[in-house]
Write a protein that binds this ligand. Sequence first.
Ligand code: NAP
Ligand code: ZN
Ligand code: ZN
Length: 349
Amino acid sequence: MSTKAFGNFAPEKPLELLQIQRREVTDIDVEIEILYCGICHSDLHTARNEWMGAKYPVVPGHEIVGKVTNVGSKVTKFKVGDTAAVGCMVDSCRTCEQCQCGNEQYCDEGAVYTYNSNDKHLNTQTYGGYSEKIVVDEAFTLKVPENLDLAAAAPLLCAGITTYSPLKHWNAGPGKTVGVVGIGGLGHMAIKIAKAMGAKVVVFTTSLSKVEDAKRLGADDVVLSTDLDEMQKHFKTINLIIDAVSAPHDINMFLKLLKVDGTLVLVGAPMEPLPVVSFSLIGGRKSFAGSLIGGIAETQEMLDFCGEHNIVSDIELINIQYINEAYERMLKGDVKYRFVIDMATLKNN
Ligand code: NAP
Ligand code: ZN
Ligand code: ZN
């Protein structure tokens, strides 16, 4: 079926209205009319081909919440009219060791991402959530807890799971101090989730305007990371750092914040290498690690956790026609803290 979408045809081109094809619903598929779609920095990295390999047109968007408009005959999770969500993946091989243990994001064959992967059904790339509708295998759909505002819950589908997964894996909780570096979409979710897990949270930001605000989000302490005297006061005090910075930056300064046996986990994905000085690690048996989104069962677990703790994103709701300005503002760190597109505005185009 033909569907309206917003995407771009080349790295330097703005996003504009276009038509894409969605497959007809098979017996295991759910068709979702998209109500809200969050804007992740990965959308911008991909649309502008910063990670290389982008297939055009790129239709980004992997923080999707919507209403079920059709279901296949074998679908059990949803009926027409229900709320459904889709995150960063729409398929994987389902048989490899990683898929078998719920780590679909680390599928040996490569997960099928919501956008810019090869579509297994149609002879195109996959197209994301900046569109009217999406058709997804029910195994890759998620349920949003009823108490959460739908627009503000959309960013949980990427920013939420990408920070929940490493926080859980590295045992954030009571008695632990978690550092969060870079307070954008991911970073602000890391603060809220780490706090709800019971950890002490210390935030490191380059933006003066976020210093007070980070406390409102739940931070116990906030440090302007450009102030080296302030940074020094926190050396050797942190167990786990979640680094959610979208651009090149000095990792060694943040490794100094770790206690012995501490871990710095990169979730931010700038394309440029981040040089690590050996002594930043050897001195305190420190680990430098990375983490990619989270599995499907873990994403549902995160949504349920956010439901229990009443956690959603702080959002600025925008019209789809504002998308290119939103990208420019995101590049300047000028969003508190996630843009979410009201997809009803696509109908006006
Ligand atoms: P975002 O909302 O744009 O936030 C990025 C934050 O990084 C900014 O708010 C800013 O925080 C900081 N920052 C930006 N430029 C900087 C610079 N030059 N020097 C120092 N700090 C800078 O982005 P996001 O959507 O949260 O995504 C963050 C990164 O994670 C992106 O690279 C994205 O692709 C990646 N990502 C990874 C995964 C994964 O699975 N690992 C999933 C989703 C996204 P302050 O103002 O506080 O300094
Ligand atoms: Zn994302
Ligand atoms: Zn697999």
